[in-house]
Design a protein around this ligand. Structure first.
Ligand SMILES: Cc1ncc(COP(=O)(O)O)c(C=O)c1O
Length: 461
């Protein structure tokens, strides 16, 4: 078999395909697009039917020998088709379980360019333009959040970890995390990872951090303390009372981190931005554009208010940022992440911001929030369902009326296994609720009605 062409060119004298460079991708792209279409057609719904065993059997059959002696030139088509057939399709209107958004085509196309160019943001000589672009975009997004600078991360989990790391470096290893029971699991986990004291969990009886209970914790606990509030809870999309929390942190000298992995996207909307009042009081803010930002994974950010905090990440490695290179003016990138090799996820973000503009992105945010309002209204008006609450962002919790938790769990699993709808689950009040996280701007009213009808028709009585 001849050596396959490389995505980027020119390949050099021994490259059998010559210096056609990215053009080598053109026929492969046709293959990929065709296989994506075929796979989606074979799936026919938001999720493959049959459950894990059936999916695994189909994948096994498509892959055959994982590392055959002799290569298979049809592997790209076969495997892409298998992955598409067995995908949970976030672009399907009945795929609404998680903070898992349908990515914009323009962002996905930008990601392809990143794959071709393969810049690595650990040194300027591997990413001259990408590093300049990252600088521009992170500064601009940090300003949106009322901060001074931002790091690009792999998502909310890494951003939350970095926030705790920066707090530890600023305040010492005895800094204790104080967060609501509604906080994302990655926060206490980061405290464990970083060897910090056992976190204190403050009650969040209504789904949001209770400021009075927080105040009591801040009054009684010895410092230093790091409070983590949430703007857009995972389970219900609720926003903690940020100005009140910020005021109490200031009064007690506690550091404040806000996990706005979900809610941060509201910054783009004129209509909803006010719900993030208080965000600018945080020392660090987690943002995540692969949630309410329509980016392919990964597109996380950590915004920081005091750029000096980032010196904690300074690192020297002679092959990447030798002192004399830095003194001679080569940008030192190693301290912008804990990773070394790092792909420029910022390109797709930059392309999206420029293509859609604030108005276009804000319109997408407004649409998904409107879908959530419409779905909540359908649930509310239906005698067979109970609505947990009016949505704050784009999450709706609901359950079939007079059903047991087992029945709620069963209908969710049945729809999953049949491949007809993907809904999440949450226990905000001890009872089990179905969760619809609406992130598809193109969902139509009929889709929402059909989703509710499916749940109604499949709930065991
Ligand atoms: C509030 C919140 N923070 C952080 C995360 C973690 O984000 P990621 O999955 O991108 O690491 C999530 C995930 O859903 C989340 O809901």
């Amino acid at each position: 078999m001849s050596t396959p062409p490389l995505a980027s060119g020119p390949e050099g004298p021994e490259g059998p395909e010559g210096p056609e460079g990215p053009d080598a991708l053109r026929p492969l792209l046709d293959t990929v697009l065709g296989a994506l279409r075929e796979g989606a057609r074979a799936r026919g719904g938001p999720l493959p039917a049959g459950g894990p065993d059936a999916v695994a059997a189909r994948v096994r059959a498509a892959v055959g020998d994982v590392l055959p002696d002799k290569g298979d030139p049809d592997a790209l088509r076969l495997l892409v088709r298998a992955l598409a057939e067995g995908a949970a399709d976030p672009a399907h209107p009945r795929c609404a379980a998680h903070l898992h958004c349908p990515p914009l085509a323009v962002a996905t196309a930008a990601d392809l360019a990143v794959g071709v160019l393969n810049p690595s943001l650990d040194s300027w000589d591997q990413a001259p333009a990408a590093s300049a672009l990252e600088r521009l975009v992170t500064r601009a997004l940090a300003r949106e959040a009322g901060a001074a600078d931002a790091l690009v991360t792999t998502g909310g989990t890494e951003s939350n970890q970095l926030a705790l790391l920066l707090a530890r470096e600023a305040h010492g290893g005895s800094v204790r995390l104080v967060c609501g029971t509604n906080a994302h699991h990655s926060l206490p986990r980061a405290a464990w990872l970083l060897g910090l004291p056992e976190p204190v969990l403050v009650p969040a009886p209504a789904g949001t951090l209770d400021p009075a209970a927080l105040d009591e914790a801040l009054t009684t606990l010895p410092g230093p303390l790091l409070v983590a509030a949430t703007a857009g809870t995972t389970d219900a999309g609720l926003i903690d009372p940020l100005p009140d929390i910020a005021a109490r942190c200031a009064a007690h000298g506690a550091r404040l981190h806000i996990d706005a992995a979900y809610g941060g996207g509201l910054l783009f909307s004129d209509r909803y931005r006010h719900r993030l009042a208080g965000l600018d009081a945080a020392d660090t803010v987690t943002l995540d554009l692969h949630k309410l930002g329509w980016q392919p994974i990964a597109a996380g950010l950590l915004a920081v208010t005091h750029p000096g905090d980032l010196t904690a990440l300074d690192q020297r490695a002679d092959y990447l940022n030798a002192d004399d290179d830095t003194e001679a003016g080569l940008p030192d990138l190693l301290g912008r992440s804990l990773r070394t090799s790092r792909r420029p996820d910022v390109l797709k973000i930059a392309v999206t911001l420029k293509t859609l503009g604030r108005t276009g992105l804000g319109a997408l945010v407004d649409q998904v929030c409107a879908h959530a309002d419409a779905f909540a209204a359908l649930v509310h008006d239906h005698p067979g369902f109970e609505l947990y609450d009016r949505p704050t962002i784009s999450t709706v919790l609901f359950r079939p009326a007079a059903s047991t938790d087992d029945a709620v769990a069963a209908v969710r699993r049945k729809l999953l296994t049949d491949g007809r709808a993907v809904l999440g689950r949450a226990r905000p009040d001890g009872r089990l609720w179905l969760k619809a996280t609406l992130l598809n701007p193109h969902t139509r009213p009929d889709d929402l009605a059909a989703l509710l009808q499916l749940v109604e028709g499949n709930t065991p009585r």
